[in-house]
Design a protein around this ligand. Structure first.
Ligand SMILES: [Fe+2]
Length: 410
């Protein structure tokens, strides 16, 4: 009996939470419009990382941030050579791991204290840690942990970002995810004042990425473009075009990269797709695909890309009726010629299904346990508060999508 009353209260509150969520659905999309976005110079091409020295002219000291694996592969060498050619002092910080925490950001801040520019070379983890290093330098009296709030207002040190995967778009997104080293939880912080002065998209850096990671990152980039197109956020025609272009580029180039991993032109195009996907996150935010993927990924220890691949189609299918027009437009962007919008939307989803399969990505919904569904539903509903999707899912809707993931896999 002792648990009865609190559960009743909780159950009574669920429809109320849903109504509140429906009411405030457009709020994240309005708030994000007021966050200044970086407007970096973008340099693209094989070996373009050698331009770092030129871009850093006038700097007195540069900190190159990377991880030990990339350091071991010697990816930093061309960058270091270009800085030496320009007689610019530099130091290397290669301590970032796959889940950077507040302690490593503190170390990075100490390493960067005399720098006037940070060069971030790596995947999403290096990018996020570098953003927090660049921001925390402006708040020297505060601990990094205390800065890990929802919004961090700080005009950061200038960053030059060089992504080594084509996926997250983190090279210019305003968000940074870093783990609290004391509590162990991940904190997503929006850096208001992120100053990315240049993004270097160098296809050569993605050549050694294992196929499984290439595929998962590519599908993540694709999901950013798609969710950008489906978001209920007011953006410019140019931003919509970039989201659509992200989707088109992934459809056109990811299968080719999987077939011919040495095709630098296709890899370069994937770099641009990921960059446009980052623009979608900055301007339109993500949506329910990400709310599901974050929660399922955390619960079953899947990488972000694997979780996205698992959730993408079931979540889009569930939203199909509300998003027919947008999905039909994406079909057209991907070269599907069909007058009837409902049929075009369905054909786009089928093409998406084939793309994920052709890239060899496993979508194993059987890892989902029905006993976890109540917990997952709470996590997904809480995470969805960060986005402005076209529709609002009730708990029943979330449960239906989770169920469809298991059933599809049975
Ligand atoms: Fe993502």
């Amino acid at each position: 009996m002792s648990n009865f009353a609190p559960n009743s209260v909780l159950n009574a509150m669920i429809p109320l939470c849903f109504q509140i969520r429906k009411l405030i659905r457009r709020l994240p999309g309005i708030v994000i419009q007021w966050v200044p976005k970086p407007n970096p110079k973008v340099l693209e091409g094989c070996g373009v990382r050698g331009k770092v020295g030129e871009l850093c002219r006038g700097c007195s000291h540069v900190l190159v941030v990377t991880d030990s694996t990339l350091y071991g592969l010697g990816f930093h060498q061309t960058i270091v050579d270009s800085l030496q050619e320009e007689h610019i002092d530099f130091s290397l910080f290669k301590e970032i791991d796959s889940e950077p925490d507040s302690d490593v950001v503190e170390q990075g801040r100490k390493a960067a204290k005399d720098s006037d520019c940070i060069v971030a070379l790596g995947g999403g983890s290096v990018m996020d840690a570098s953003k927090m290093i660049a921001a925390s330098l402006r708040k020297p009296r505060r601990s990094v942990r205390s800065l890990m709030q929802k919004f961090l207002f700080a005009r950061t040190l200038p960053l030059i970002t060089i992504p080594t995967t084509a996926g997250t778009g983190a090279e210019h997104t305003v968000g940074a995810v870093v783990k609290d080293s004391k509590k162990g939880n991940k904190c997503a912080t929006v850096v208001v004042g992120l100053n990315v002065k240049a993004v270097l998209l160098d296809s050569e850096l993605t050549l050694k990425i294992p196929p499984k990671i290439t595929a998962a990152c590519g599908i993540d980039a694709l999901s950013h473009g798609i969710e950008g197109c489906l978001a209920d956020v007011k953006v410019s025609v140019e931003d919509v075009r970039k989201s659509e272009e992200c989707v088109r580029l992934v459809f056109e180039n990811l299968p080719e990269v999987m077939r011919n991993p040495d095709n630098l032109a296709a890899r370069q195009a994937m770099g641009r797709a990921a960059f446009y996907g980052g623009n979608a996150i900055n301007k339109q935010l993500a949506g329910y695909v990400h709310a599901f993927a974050h929660s399922i990924g955390a619960c079953y220890h899947l990488s972000h890309g694997e979780a996205i691949a698992l959730c993408l189609l079931p979540v889009l299918r569930y939203q199909k009726e509300a998003c027919i027009k947008e999905l039909a437009r994406l079909a057209e962007v991907c070269g599907i010629r069909q007058q009837n919008e409902a049929i075009a939307a369905e054909q786009f989803l089928q093409a998406l299904d084939r793309l994920i399969s052709d890239c060899g990505i496993q979508r194993n919904g059987t890892i989902l346990q029905r006993c976890d569904f109540q917990h997952l539903t709470r996590l997904i509903a809480a995470d969805s508060i960060n986005y402005s999707p076209k529709t609002t899912f009730s708990d029943k809707d979330i449960l239906n999508v989770l169920e469809s993931m298991i059933v599809t896999s049975d």
